[in-house]
Every structure is written in structure tokens, then in C-alpha cells.
Design a protein around this ligand. Structure first.
Ligand code: KIV
Length: 286
């Protein structure tokens, strides 16, 4: 497949929704991952705050990742792709305090890290942040349902919107995010019929993760879909490869070869001209 190199225009996402073309989004945190995503024709690359868990070794929480860490990762991804829209995920603490601080940090994402847009979690208090960031000229992707930054308040990493009342609340939040100016909304871990209804109600595209097949697009975490994450994975993750197995096998084989003296064999070593070698040996003799 030949891939256009110009940036995917943001309004094209709306057109894709109207045409019924599915939007493909994946997370990336480094240059190789970003290039693989671009080469696969992925539309949106999210530098997610899941980096806390899959890149930075924090167990079971996205909360500790800092602005500086997110900017570093986002800058790396942004310089490695051309067409995909690059989303900088605003980490916990970067937008909760005030509209002004949210705008300052969103500006850092686009100015210093070259993100195209930012994403932040929640509705309620996040709505005025979203309005302020959009007013500053930075497009915002919303994120409702299971919002990992507030997992403690939600009682853990749990499916959201499972009662009629809670599903209605999600619908209201989606409408409010659209009203506040979000160009797209991530729906995480919500029952498929609820996501379907929200998708049919809002004009902006929804991107599902654990939200069933009716969303306008889908997102998965790079490490999860490639089988780099080990341990328990949410039910919604489909593994398309088992790279951790491949990596473990390769590292075991390498360690074995080094210890056995079978690596490097001749084919991996440099030769030297025989005359030069003799001269070298003569000059280092006793
Ligand atoms: O941080 C992230 O990777 C995300 C996705 C799970 C949507 O927010």
C-alpha cells in the first residue's frame, strides 16, 4: 500500500465518520513504533499516558508519568511520522488545577513536542479546560468511560455505564464534550450498545477501546496488541502477535551463545590483511 506523506487533515476524521470509514488509532511511544504505525497506514497515533505502565515501569497506574516525560516521548513520536495525527496525552496533574495551567501545558505539547492535538480525560471539571484549550487554538480529543487517571475514584479498572442511569450519564458527558469543542471522543470500557447509541448521537467521531464494534474508530495500546505486555490484559485486547515470547527466546539464545563461546562466529567478525596482521604481531611481540 502506498502511504500519502501529507498530514491527515483533522476535518477528514469527520468525513470518515460520515462515509462510514473506520478510523484506526494506536499508541506509540518511540521512533520505531511510530514508524511502524505510519507504514501500516494508521490514522492517529496517541502518545498515551499508558507510557507510565508500558514504558516507564509503573505498575497498574498512569498517574505518576510527568509532563516532561510525556513531552520527551511525544517529541520522539512526532518527529518520526508525517501523515498520522499525533495526539499528546495530558498526564494527571497537568490540567486539573486550572484552565490557565491546562492551556499552558497544552501549548507545551504542540510547541515543544510538536503534537498536533491533545487528549484529556473526563467531563465535568474537564469541560472548562477543554473550552479554554480549544479557545487557545489547540484541538482536543475527549476521553470518557473508564478514565485511568481517576481509576481510584471509579473503584478500579472497571467497565463503566452498565446501568441505565450510568449509561445516560455517559451520554450526557459525550454531548457535553462535543459541545465544549472536542473533535473526537475516546470511549473506554463501556458496553457496546451504550457506545453505539453515543456514536449515533454525537456528530464527532468516537474512538472505542473496549467499547464494541459500532464506534467510528478503534484504539489499542501498542504493547498490548503486539503481545509485549505480560500478565493480565483486559478482555477487550486482541493480541495480534506474541513479541514478548520472541524477545525472551532471542535474549535466551544470545546469552547462551555468548556463554558457550559460539557468538560471535567468523561471519560476525572483521578480518585483517595478512601482511598488516604480521606487522602488527611483530611490533607487539615481547
Ligand atoms: O493512554 C492511553 O494509552 C489511552 C488509551 C488507552 C486510549 O488513553
Amino acid at each position: 500500500m502506498s502511504i500519502p506523506l501529507a498530514k491527515l487533515p483533522l476535518p477528514e476524521l469527520l468525513e470518515m465518520k460520515r462515509r462510514g470509514d473506520r478510523i484506526v488509532m494506536v499508541t506509540a511511544y518511540d521512533a520505531p513504533g511510530a514508524r511502524f504505525a505510519e507504514d501500516a497506514g494508521i490514522d492517529i497515533v496517541l502518545v498515551g499516558d499508558t507510557a507510565a505502565m508500558v514504558m516507564l515501569g509503573h505498575e497498574g497506574t498512569t498517574v505518576p508519568v510527568t509532563m516532561d516525560e510525556m513531552l520527551f516521548l511525544t517529541r520522539t513520536v512526532a518527529r518520526s511520522v508525517r501523515r498520522p495525527i499525533v495526539v499528546g496525552d495530558m498526564p494527571f496533574g497537568s490540567y486539573q488545577v486550572s484552565d490557565a495551567e491546562a492551556v499552558t501545558n497544552a501549548i507545551r505539547f504542540v510547541k515543544e513536542a510538536r503534537a498536533d492535538v491533545v487528549k484529556l480525560e473526563g467531563a465535568g471539571p474537564s469541560l472548562s479546560r477543554i473550552r479554554a484549550i480549544v479557545d487557545a487554538g489547540i484541538p482536543v480529543m475527549g476521553h470518557i468511560g473508564l478514565t485511568p487517571q481517576s481509576a481510584t475514584m471509579l473503584g478500579g479498572f472497571k467497565t463503566q455505564g452498565r446501568t441505565a442511569e450510568k449509561a445516560m450519564r455517559l451520554m450526557d458527558e459525550a454531548r457535553a464534550l462535543e459541545e465544549a469543542g472536542c473533535f473526537s471522543i475516546v470511549l473506554e470500557a463501556v458496553p457496546s450498545p451504550v457506545a453505539e447509541r453515543i456514536t449515533a448521537t454525537v456528530e464527532v467521531p468516537t474512538i472505542g477501546i473496549g467499547a464494541g464494534p459500532s464506534c467510528d474508530g478503534q484504539v489499542l495500546v501498542y504493547h498490548d496488541l503486539l503481545g509485549l505486555s505480560e500478565g493480565h490484559l483486559p478482555r477487550f485486547v486482541k493480541r495480534y502477535a506474541n513479541l514478548s515470547r520472541e524477545i525472551r527466546d532471542a535474549l535466551d539464545a544470545y546469552a547462551h551463545d555468548v556463554r558457550a563461546g559460539t557468538f560471535p562466529s567468523e561471519e560476525y567478525a572483521y578480518e585483517m590483511d595478512a601482511t598488516e596482521l604480521a606487522l602488527f604481531e611483530a611490533s607487539t611481540d615481547g
